[in-house]
Design a protein around this ligand. Structure first.
Ligand SMILES: Cc1ncc(COP(=O)(O)O)c(C=O)c1O
Length: 439
């Protein structure tokens, strides 16, 4: 009987929107999902404030500030939050009885859903706590290096991964090469720069590629660079932590063997869900987690040893994917790009503002960044972030990894409004004045 109840709970959780008496949810409270109006193209829908206002009702609001810092992690929509809270209660009540008897089948179901959404095979997907766990393990457990080889990373990469790539120098006796990308670039510019770096470093064995930079939302042409790398016998680790859900794509579009993803950014899962992707037939070069074994090179899961993690986050994955699908990946990407264009189109007309990142739309996302022209120091970027927050009530974040200097990142979400973006552009207009000093 207890087992039957548990199965009912889990079936409802897997369905994405539990509404069963065992969890105390009334049918009347059953959360629904947003339904885009029929027949509207993604680009037309991107400008449909009525639809996005309705989408915003599915999220709890940040109070007290216009929050344009959504690159850190994604907010769960209310239906996802409900599933997560129900799962937390169920797991807490059932404890080890559930953990030992039911969890692995449910985790497998979540993995299947991720594989389906990414267009991967189930055995190519391993759950992690975040993208950092996936990418760090890939870099540390990579076996293809000998003394005298070189590895390559870029200024636009995630700061902690740059240090791990650099660490390979002392731990493996290789040369760590850094490529600096210009503050504005097209897909072609970026590909050309990587080709030049490959030509200049014939001993390259491994590169880190960041699909979407956490600094300024720049899109790296991963598929084109990986194809070039493959021809030259260079392996690629792809950091897709920031890209899945911000951009709409399948794993095959990236053309990479190994990647790390987050679901807790743009897919809207609870915090604590990342993914390691390893293409079938490519496991040989990434050693199992220290002490684990995989003699046939067939178990991607042997590359990660997470230990006890948040069961409820894993159980809420299908609900997050369902909610994401209800908006539609293409619609989400189009809306986020539209919101970014609303401020970058204005900012590019302002001589006192320098917009950073892609200079063609293919190199851009919903995430962007700017600085005051000529003001790229840490202190200047910090002052800018502070002014936006205290003078104009807009929350943003300083990013400090680019070779061109520090900047402030702007990241709206699907629940951000065009009006909020206009608050930002109005503030930007005022930024050419120096702040009034208190008497
Ligand atoms: C490009 C990129 N890589 C990696 C990460 C690390 O993600 P997490 O902290 O979820 O592991 C982030 C987080 O912001 C990121 O933007």
């Amino acid at each position: 009987m207890a087992n039957l109840k548990r199965r009912q709970v889990l079936a409802a959780l897997a369905a994405g929107a539990a509404a069963i008496p065992a969890l105390g949810l009334q049918a009347a409270q059953r959360p629904s999902m947003p339904v885009p109006p029929a027949g509207q193209s993604s680009s037309a829908l991107a400008k449909n404030e009525d639809f996005w206002r309705e989408v915003a009702t599915y999220y709890d609001r940040t109070e007290g500030i216009v929050n344009l810092e959504h690159g850190y992690w994604g907010k769960m929509a209310k239906p996802v939050q409900q599933v997560y809270l129900d799962a937390t209660r169920m797991v807490n009540a059932q404890n080890s009885y559930y953990g030992r008897k039911g969890y692995s089948a449910d985790a497998k179901r979540s993995v299947q859903r991720i594989a389906q959404a990414l267009g991967a095979h189930e055995d190519e997907i391993v759950l992690t706590r975040n993208a950092s766990e996936a990418i760090h393990n890939l870099i540390r457990q990579y076996q293809g290096l000998s003394k005298g080889d070189a590895v390559l990373y870029a200024d636009v990469d995630y700061p902690q991964f740059k240090t791990t790539m650099h660490w390979l120098e002392e731990s493996r006796g290789v040369q760590a090469r850094l490529i600096n990308l210009p503050s504005r670039a097209t897909q072609q510019d970026i590909l050309d720069l990587y080709r030049q770096a490959f030509d200049a470093n014939p001993n390259l064995k491994l590169i880190l590629l960041t699909h979407v930079s956490n600094q300024h939302g720049l899109v790296i042409p991963v598929a084109a660079i990986s194809a070039e790398a493959r021809q030259r016998g260079i392996d690629v680790i792809c950091d897709s932590a920031q890209s899945w859900g911000l951009l709409d794509y399948k794993i095959g579009d990236l053309g990479v063997d190994w990647a790390g993803f987050n679901l807790h950014k743009w897919i809207g899962s609870p915090v604590g869900i990342g993914v390691l992707y390893m293409r079938r037939g490519t496991l040989q070069k990434i050693a199992p987690y220290p002490g684990d074994t995989d003699p046939d090179h067939s178990k991607a899961a042997a590359r990660i040893h997470t230990g006890t993690a948040n069961f409820a986050s894993v159980l809420a994955i299908p609900a997050a994917l369902d909610f994401h699908a209800s908006i539609g990946g293409t619609n989400k990407e189009a809306r986020l790009r539209y919101l970014r264009r609303l401020w970058t189109d204005e900012a590019e007309k302002m001589p006192h503002i320098e917009v950073l990142g892609g200079s063609d739309e293919a190199s851009r996302t919903g995430m962007g960044a700017f600085r005051l022209a000529g003001k790229s120091s840490a202190g200047e970027a910090k002052d800018l972030q502070q002014r936006l927050e205290t003078e104009f009530g807009i929350f943003t974040v300083v990013r400090k990894g680019l070779a061109s200097g520090h900047c402030v990142r702007i990241t709206p979400q699907v629940f951000s409004s065009a009006k909020e973006i206009r608050t930002l552009t109005a503030a930007m207009e005022q930024l050419h004045t120096t702040p009034e000093m208190p008497p």
